[in-house]
Write a protein of this length. Structure first.
Length: 275
């Protein structure tokens, strides 16, 4: 299968887990009615983006209300679902974790956010995930019927090395559920997704929560799909929206033949850097 029909669920996240799961279920149901192959939810789709809420909403994988719900939906609709991310409890630690479910509702892969969002933009925004979250320490590749998919979360997209590691290990699509804000979003969101797609000649996808102006953290939205040429195929606004988009993996081969950047990389330069 080279053509994949995607659904990007840019949902409005509120301070009510059951309501958030109901909204996610509704968008998944609508996506399935359009015969999509792959559904993607945003970062922290069941939880307001706030350190105190990460603690309050944290769930253990084995008895997770959220994950059980998504598992049942993926099986019911026979579709892959990337469950954006949730606050995952493990022992005495809390992670920002994304789960990929296959068509049978089984977990294919999970990714714990490696690069925590610790920033301080003077007079604009300060946030420190590391106050409550622990960073993951592994890159994540999922073997799917579509080929290998690399998974990151939000701030991970800024790190070119992570994307390159995933692509050099076979990833054809890079997906980053994310929640950029109204400072970093207008400045960097589109630029970063176009850059990761262009650098690695792959498809790069970002799915964000919609802007909720009553929340303490304002998500930029603008869920996006970029192609191996570095172009934006589709991008939403800041509002709640379901985006349906088809991509063709044959474009990767075409672009790599036209511009053989990865094939012609300077191995001697890599050796110098490593020394």
């Amino acid at each position: 299968m080279t053509k994949i029909k995607l659904a990007l669920c840019q949902m409005n996240v509120i301070d009510d887990k059951k309501a958030n799961l109901k909204k996610a279920s509704t968008m998944i149901c609508e996506s399935a009615s359009k015969n999509v192959d792959f559904i993607i939810l945003p970062e922290m789709f069941n939880c307001p983006y706030s350190n105190d809420k990460f603690i309050e909403y944290g769930e253990e994988e084995q008895n997770s209300y959220t994950l059980n719900k998504i598992s049942k939906l993926s099986k019911e609709y026979n579709v892959h679902i990337l469950a954006g991310s949730i606050p995952e409890r493990k022992d005495d630690k809390l992670y920002n974790t994304s789960y990929l479910f296959d068509r049978q509702g089984k977990i294919l892969a999970k990714h714990r956010k490696m690069h925590l969002f610790d920033i301080d933009v003077k007079d604009k925004i300060t946030f420190k995930e590391s106050d409550v979250l622990t960073s993951g320490d592994e890159f994540t590749l999922a073997e799917t019927e579509f080929g290998k998919i690399g998974i990151g979360i939000c701030y991970d997209v800024r790190f070119v090395e992570l994307a390159r590691i995933m692509v050099e290990n076979g990833a054809l699509i890079l997906i980053y559920p994310g929640a950029f804000n109204m400072t970093t979003g207008p400045a960097h969101w589109e630029l970063l997704f176009r850059s990761r797609a262009l650098d690695n000649q792959v498809f790069c996808i970002g799915v964000a929560p919609a802007l909720n102006e009553s929340a303490s953290y304002h998500s930029y939205g603008h869920s996006i799909v970029t192609n191996p040429w570095g172009e934006v195929i589709l991008q939403s606004s800041e509002k709640e929206e379901l985006i349906i988009c088809e991509i063709d993996l044959d474009e990767i081969k075409k672009v790599r033949e036209e511009l053989p950047v990865l094939k012609n990389k300077r191995e001697d330069l890599y050796e110098v850097i490593q020394k």
